[in-house]
Design a protein around this ligand. Structure first.
Ligand code: PMV
Length: 305
């Protein structure tokens, strides 16, 4: 049996604006993973029992997995593959943590290895991007890139991948609103807003780009205080783009009230997850208030180091 895996991710800065060519920063969460195992069988079968969620519908998850298997076969110019592929994932679906890309990346790695031709990262990244289009419509490519390369990325659409140094490790709490939301819908709504009011929306997208550039400098110089306040500014911009929600706003406010250096929604928004920047001193108090303020689940992840 061949097994391969891929991590979850969080977007630190720049979601939505990245679709319009602004930079964004994302980091892998190596402790939270999707795994694919491939074993010989009489026909191709895909089992993904624990990918259960109200959104996206199970059928679209199945379709994406089948398409990923077909893309791998086409790329390797192999007509058919008789395997049972079993997918297991610890990553919540439709909550901004890159579940779809991680599952596809794990499957692409395991299947290509079982076929004797493990895909290199650049090829795998391109295939996972094709699958992301099924989930998201017009994805920027940030999710597949951070997940396939499993490195912090400073991502600009259609540009070569750029990674960067993290001067001092920092700790993020990732809190789940418990509400799933489709990125495709949020991205589509921002597009409608942009088309209806370009002169109002363009400056917000530009401002997010500037915040992201400053955030990269803050990460590279180990300046957590600045990083935190940039997160709050980025959250305000996302509110203006209408992709926050009462639940996300409540969690951001709660985190800051308990001493987080900054907080913002992460990913497509409208539901899903938010992130809060904490120190060893504030971590447990912030975790506590996030749960009190309605978070379905909170976990900590250390970035860098
Ligand atoms: O919801 P997620 O974590 O898959 O993030 C989507 C990020 C967006 O910028 C909203 C869309 C994109 O394709 O980059």
């Amino acid at each position: 049996m061949i097994t391969a895996s891929a991590p979850a991710k969080v977007i630190l800065f720049g979601e939505h604006a990245v679709v319009y060519g602004q930079p964004a920063i994302a980091v892998p969460i190596s402790s939270l993973r999707a795994e694919a195992s491939v074993e010989p069988a009489n026909e191709l079968r895909i089992r993904a029992a624990d990918l259960v969620s109200s959104a996206p519908p199970a059928s679209s998850v199945d379709e994406a997995l089948l398409q990923m298997a077909q893309l791998v076969l086409e790329t390797l110019q192999i007509a058919s593959a008789n395997f049972t592929i079993t997918i297991r994932s610890q990553i919540p679906v439709a909550s901004g943590l890159g579940s779809g890309a991680a599952v596809s990346a794990a499957m692409g790695r395991a299947l290509s290895t079982a076929l004797g031709h493990p895909l290199d990262n650049a090829t795998l990244n391109a295939l996972v991007y094709e699958i992301e289009k099924i989930h998201h419509g017009t994805p920027s490519g940030i999710d597949n890139t951070v997940i396939v390369y499993e490195q912090p990325v400073y991502f600009i659409r259609n540009s070569p991948i750029e990674t960067f140094a993290i001067r001092k490790p920092f700790t993020l709490l990732v809190a789940d609103t418990g509400k799933s939301a489709l990125t495709r819908v949020a991205v589509g709504d921002v597009r409608k807003l942009y088309e209806a009011q370009p002169t109002r929306i363009q400056p917000i997208l530009d401002a997010i780009g500037t915040l992201t550039k400053r955030a990269r400098q803050a990460v590279e110089s180990g300046d957590a205080i600045t990083l935190g306040s940039l997160m709050l500014e980025n959250h305000q911009c996302l509110q203006q783009l209408t992709v926050s929600s009462p639940e996300l706003d409540a969690l951001v406010t709660a985190a800051v009230s308990a001493g987080a250096l900054g907080a913002k929604l992460s990913g497509g928004g409208r539901g899903g997850n938010m992130i809060a920047l904490v120190t060893p001193v504030t971590q447990s108090a912030v975790t506590h208030v996030l749960l009190q303020a309605g978070a379905a689940q909170v976990f900590a992840t250390t970035v860098g180091g």
